[in-house]
Design a protein around this ligand. Structure first.
Ligand SMILES: Cc1cc2nc3c(=O)[nH]c(=O)nc-3n(C[C@H](O)[C@H](O)[C@H](O)COP(=O)(O)OP(=O)(O)OC[C@H]3O[C@@H](n4cnc5c(N)ncnc54)[C@H](O)[C@@H]3O)c2cc1C
Ligand code: FES
Length: 527
């Protein structure tokens, strides 16, 4: 089977080896997560005179930042004509300004730290491949003109296949994300930020103006906490109703000659995002897309086949075979803008999430906004991005569409699962949810052929996890929690591991057990 977790950036930097937390600690600001959001926030807060500790469950860059394709752009996934209808011209203009500030912040940090991360300013093209997409492209052109962005319609789109028309954005950017993150971490820790890896946050409390960050290795007390874990793990329910987890996929193919140094986004469904990257003397075309909601594609190898076919069709058969295939999660906000600011009902716990596919810029912007709020008390983005903002009319449709999935998954979880006869078909290194001895179990077979069992109930709100065969882990379809084959949390909102279970001794066939009662039901219904 191909390696589906090999990103183009994987070999660029050796893994970091920061020690875990070994005793309780007190700091001014505790930052949870060492991706672009957490590390940028830590650097800015430390530059502002705060004592900062970063607590990372795994290793630096092991989250989504290590999987990005690093388009740094003002062209947000939610189109500006939609943002204008939801947030008005002023709100949409401020949203665009935030992206511009984030790109400039990355440029400044890369320059100050003398990071050789291949940061470069490039144009970006939103393009209509088919004439039927022209109306949407033109609506977006009118919207960005209204907002004063430097962008214009063009018939010259430097792709090796014909397109109907493009909207060219000037002065966008791109870089090598792992080299940038590594340099930022080294500078921050050299200048006093404490970084603890392999330290899992299991709870965050606030009382009397002091926050306690409980980890599996000790307690960090802090005046302020920045939750930069990609999802708001400090919030059990409310914020998750405004967010939806999607999987996105990427491949990088070596090309005989460099492609145009620009960013490209199509208007198709499923959509594609494309750019070039030179590494050493090799030229790559990097293409991403084929997104779907987490847990809704049973075979996660299929999007890779679609992407590879797409690259061969569009970029010619001479592109070499690829070893670079990877995927990750993006967290999509219902109204199109990220959630950045104080957690609901908290004064000193701050969250940042809902970046959609613009997390390199949105993560940097979130770090800037939170650092400014903590140091100076406010930011001009506070109101626009506030996590508890209510835009009921503007986003009601997408709110309902996304949130219907949580009860839908709870109901789907009650449908029959395969019984004991399925055990023999589980290959080494694979997993499946199976119905055994009256309960459903998440079964994993290790490389030696031994089976182990977990409760499949996600420790966030109880949906049943699905096996992800390309990344070899359990994914929760409701809010995107991920667990390794042994049930350990890889990413929240869940903070506790899946519970271990015994595998019962059962005959090869047995009746499907009655479904457990739904929350609020006294008895399980008869199937
Ligand atoms: C294939 C792909 C392509 C993409 N392309 C682009 C692009 O071109 N442009 C763009 O702008 N964005 C892109 N994105 C999105 C972008 O990469 C992400 O939004 C961004 O990296 C998120 O950064 P982050 O710091 O918020 O999260 P992460 O990088 O995921 O960092 C969060 C960290 O928190 C840690 N953590 C989680 N829970 C805990 C806990 N309980 N205790 C301690 N630590 C914890 C995790 O281990 C992780 O290291 C892409 C994403 C993917 C998957
Ligand atoms: S992530 Fe919410 S129930 Fe699993």
């Amino acid at each position: 089977m191909p390696n589906y977790t090999n990103s183009l950036w994987s070999d660029a930097v050796p893994p970091t080896t920061y020690a875990p937390l070994s005793s309780n600690l007190a700091v001014d600001v505790a930052v949870v997560g060492a991706g672009i959001t957490g590390v940028t926030a830590a650097r800015l807060l430390q530059s502002g005179g705060r004592r900062v500790a970063i607590i990372e469950a795994r290793r630096v860059g092991k989250g989504e930042t290590g999987k990005t394709t690093a388009h740094l752009t003002e062209a947000l996934d939610t189109r500006y004509h939609t943002l204008i209808s939801r947030f008005g011209v002023g709100g949409a203009r401020l949203a665009a300004e935030g992206q511009r500030l984030a790109i400039d912040q990355i440029a400044t940090l890369a320059h100050e730290l003398q990071v050789l991360c291949d940061f470069r300013r490039v144009p970006g093209y939103l393009y209509a491949e088919k004439r039927s997409e022209l109306a949407e492209l033109e609506a977006e052109a009118r919207a960005v003109e209204k907002l004063g962005l430097e962008a214009s319609l063009t018939d010259e789109v430097p792709l090796p296949f014909p397109v109907a028309r493009g909207l060219r954005f000037e002065n966008q950017a791109t870089f090598h994300p792992r080299l940038y993150l590594q340099a930022l971490v080294e500078a921050a820790t050299r200048d006093g930020v404490q970084l603890f890896e392999e330290t899992q946050v299991v709870g965050i409390e606030e009382s009397g103006g002091i926050c306690r960050v409980n980890t599996d290795r000790g307690v960090v007390t802090a005046r302020e906490v920045v939750v930069a874990a990609h999802v708001p793990i400090s919030n059990r329910f409310l914020l998750h109703t405004k967010l939806a987890a999607y999987r996105t996929y990427a491949v990088a193919f070596e090309q005989p000659a460099p492609g145009a140094d620009a960013l490209f986004w199509d208007l198709g469904d499923p959509y594609h995002y494309t750019r070039s990257q030179k590494i050493g003397d090799r030229n790559y075309v990097v293409v991403g897309g084929d997104d779907h909601k987490v847990g809704e594609d049973e075979d996660t190898a299929i999007p890779f086949i679609h992407l590879e076919n797409y690259v061969r069709e569009k970029f010619g058969r001479e592109v070499a075979a690829t070893d670079y295939r990877w995927s990750g999660q993006i967290i999509v906000p219902v109204d199109g803008l990220p959630l950045v600011g104080r957690n609901s009902a908290s004064t000193h716990i701050h969250v940042a999430s809902g970046y959609a596919g613009n997390g390199m810029t949105n993560g940097t912007l979130a770090a800037m906004v939170l650092a400014e709020q903590i140091i100076h008390g406010k930011s001009r983005f506070t109101e626009l991005l506030h996590p508890t903002r209510i835009k009921p009319l503007a986003s009601a449709r997408s709110f309902i569409t996304e949130n219907v999935d949580y009860p839908k998954h709870l109901i789907q979880d009650r449908l029959p699962y395969p019984g004991p006869e399925a055990l023999a078909a589980i290959q080494p290194g694979e997993g499946q949810v199976v119905s055994l001895g009256g309960e459903r179990l998440a079964i994993y077979r290790n490389a030696n052929g031994e089976l182990s069992a977990l409760s499949p109930a996600c420790t966030h709100l109880g949906c049943l996890v699905h096996w992800n065969s390309t990344e070899k882990r359990w994914d929760c379809p409701c809010h995107g929690s991920r667990f390794d084959p042994h049930g350990r949390v890889l990413n929240g909102p869940a903070m506790a591991a899946l519970e271990a279970r015994e595998i019962p001794d059962v005959p090869e066939t047995e009746d499907e057990p009655r479904a457990p009662a739904m929350p609020g039901q006294e008895h399980a219904p008869t199937p």
